[in-house]
Design a protein around this ligand. Sequence first.
Ligand code: CO
Length: 204
Amino acid sequence: MLDDLLENNRHWSEERKRANPHYFEHLSRLQKPQYLWIGCSDSRVPANTITGLEPGEVFVHRNVANMVHPSDLNLLSVLEYAVEVLEVSHVIVCGHYGCGGIHASQEDHRHGIVDHWLQPIRDVAERNKDQLAHTTDQPSKLDLLCELNVRAQVERLAGTPILQTAWKRGRRVRVHGWVYGLRDGLISDLHCSVPDLRSFAERK
Ligand code: CO
């Protein structure tokens, strides 16, 4: 099966070169994406595929349940590089309905170390328990929690010293919250974008 992947890769490379003999030469010289994507590791939510973006067009960080932990050096390194060096214009947090991480965060039994990773989702659920209590059936309750979690991660991102400093320096970079539907393949904008420092301060 692994041989299939390598075979697929050879075909893909040849097709690209057939379409444009300089394709890899151009790509290897410069990386200048406009977007940083922070999404879930779920194999059904591949950033490039669902947004129709080509290699070189989106910088990607994925983890379980698209979390922004303020001390996650991996994410912070990606964010700093994207904002400071690549100078992306948009940072997108994209969650998805039917997220296993969101589901696991609401189960009573222990899963392991991932329970620590998912702790902030339980905090989001606690902070929004009244709104969640109004939603009676389980799938839509978890779907609502997916959305609330994306909103919370957008706030966290906007509050990082990396973005705060970039905005203070006058950098134009916007943070957005989206959610993807596994059932229809469609992305919805949650309309919680943070375009600048003033907008972030006004939310508080
Ligand atoms: Co997920």
